[in-house]
Design a protein around this ligand. Structure first.
Ligand code: ADP
Ligand code: MG
Ligand code: ZN
Length: 482
């Protein structure tokens, strides 16, 4: 009989907190490869007799992150020493939270592509310190202590995930939520987010989990997903061939797309944990938690609701515009610009089908004041009734843009990253001229009906650029609302 298998996945995510200074000393925490060992002092270099002092900002940021992850905050917790000898740990131990962490019992919720809603538990979140960064050359290794004692939080999930897609979405959700709190850059590229994956397999329906393997050295969310898939396959094959999975730490080999043994898994007792004698208990009062709650940035869910109400966006569009906090901030900046300048309500027409394109372009143009939106191959006919109800058209399609102006809507459109900002803003400019169908139809003695029957090419062939400049000033005036 062929057995069916089920996999179990738990993720450990480390985040660097953007506190500006390190967790036990005043050294700068903006770890940067270009300056080596420039942000160090006796405390973060672990000199004998140097005493750590907890940075208050670390606690604030850590609590903010944990609240965003739906965790309970413990009023009392403490720090422990995790003892091990390794060149990147100058004290020969790492200060972490082992016995009791400051936050626990959280969860993350997200939807999979299939539409299925998933809820993944977060066991606990703990505050700890980063290690120095080891840089391995061909014949020698270097250590950069700028990274030593940068504040970290470790977010430990329950073993609730069942496949790589869930793990991938868990990470994306976590990243977006933390980005909203602005306490971490959450970037795998720069190392401010790191993830280890724990993977085991068991017979389908079993209540007892299999032996887990921990995979490290994962440098992208895609790598996490691929490593999970690889491990699931490897473990099933191993068991089916009569072997058994060893509890071990493996490394993801990106080049060969496989995992390799790194070391057998150490047990907690190997670390000889004990309470950190140089630090007081970590006490976080309810009042402090309330203060931090007040200071929490708007959540994505709240922002979606607000975008729907304030900008007449539908659910889907609000969802996409809020997926990345930068994009939502940028969107609002643009809206504010328009409102300040033209004192008008703005209705956005935005196609959800071009999400990837939007994000790509967003990256390319950075924070120039372009406006995002797009329309999927619109025809003038489709757009007239819609645009007549708009105060602004924001889009990328040349034709629609012209038409928008034509029906009297100031247009702020660019979807072309190579377009120069000044070509478009401030409106109007020579290059941003459109056509007024109303004007034009009068001029050409055409009815709207006849116009609507024309092909877009024919419609555009009617454009009379000379009238446009004059017209657009009037359009702006006309659209200015009180
Ligand atoms: P460690 O000290 O080994 O890093 P942690 O408690 O920090 O242990 O993290 C263990 C992680 O492994 C958690 O995310 C947990 O959900 C996950 N995990 C525990 N048991 C299993 C299992 N049998 N299969 C898969 N993942 C597991
Ligand atoms: Mg761990
Ligand atoms: Zn220091």
């Amino acid at each position: 009989m062929i057995k069916e298998w089920e996999s179990v996945i738990g993720l450990e995510v480390h985040l660097q907190l953007k506190t500006g200074t390190k967790v036990w000393c005043g050294c700068k925490s903006d770890y940067d490869e270009s300056g080596i060992n420039s942000h160090t002092c006796p405390i973060c270099l672990g000199h004998p007799g140097a005493l750590p002092k907890l940075n208050k900002k670390v606690v604030d940021y850590a609590v903010k992150a944990a609240l965003a992850l739906n965790c309970q905050i413990n009023n009392e917790s403490g720090f422990d020493r995790k003892n091990y000898f390794y060149p990147d740990a100058p004290k020969n131990y790492q200060i972490t939270q082992f016995e009791k962490s400051y936050a626990e019992k959280g969860y993350l919720e997200f939807k999979l592509n299939s539409g299925r809603q998933v809820k993944i538990g977060i066991t606990k979140v703990q505050i700890e310190e980063d290690t120095a960064k080891a840089i391995h050359g061909k014949n020698e290794s270097y250590l950069n202590f700028n990274r030593a004692s940068i504040p970290l939080i470790e977010i430990i999930s329950e073993p609730d995930m069942r496949n790589s897609e869930e793990a991938y979405e868990y990470l994306n959700t976590l990243k977006n939520i933390i980005k909203y709190t602005k306490v971490s850059d959450v970037s795998m590229e720069t190392g401010s987010l790191r993830c280890d994956a724990n993977i085991s397999v068991m017979e389908k329906g079993s209540k007892i989990f299999g032996t887990r393997v921990e995979v490290k050295n994962l440098n992208s969310f895609k790598a996490v997903a691929r490593a999970i898939d690889y491990e699931i396959g490897r473990q099933i094959e191993l068991i089916q061939n009569g072997g058994k999975v060893d509890q071990e730490t493996r490394l993801w080999d990106e080049e060969n797309q496989i995992t390799r043994v790194m070391r057998s898994k150490e047990e907690a007792m190997d670390y000889r944990y004990f309470n950190e004698p140089d630090l007081l208990k970590l006490v976080i009062s309810d009042e402090e938690i309330e203060e931090i709650k007040k200071d929490m940035p708007e959540t994505r869910l709240a922002k979606i609701e607000r975008f729907k109400t304030n900008y007449s966006l539908d659910e889907k569009d609000a969802f996409i515009l809020t997926e990345e906090v930068e994009l939502s901030d940028y969107f609002e900046e643009v809206v504010k610009y328009l409102i300040d300048k033209y004192d008008a309500q703005i209705i956005f027409f935005y196609s959800v089908d071009q999400k990837d394109e939007i994000q790509k372009i967003h990256k390319e143009i950075g924070d120039s004041k372009n406006i995002f939106s797009s329309i999927e191959t619109p025809t003038i006919k489709d757009l007239v009734p819609f645009l007549e109800n708009c105060d602004y058209y924001i889009g990328n399609e040349g034709g629609a843009r012209h038409l928008a102006q034509g029906v009297g809507i100031p247009t702020f459109a660019i979807f072309n990253p190579s377009a120069e900002l000044k070509e478009w803003l401030p409106f109007p400019s020579e290059k941003n001229m459109g056509i007024s169908p109303i004007d034009m139809l009068e001029k050409k003695s055409l009815s709207l009906d006849e116009f609507n029957k024309m092909s877009p090419e024919e419609q555009f062939s009617l454009i009379d650029p000379d009238t446009i400049k004059k017209m657009s000033d009037e359009l702006i005036k006309k659209n200015k609302r009180k």
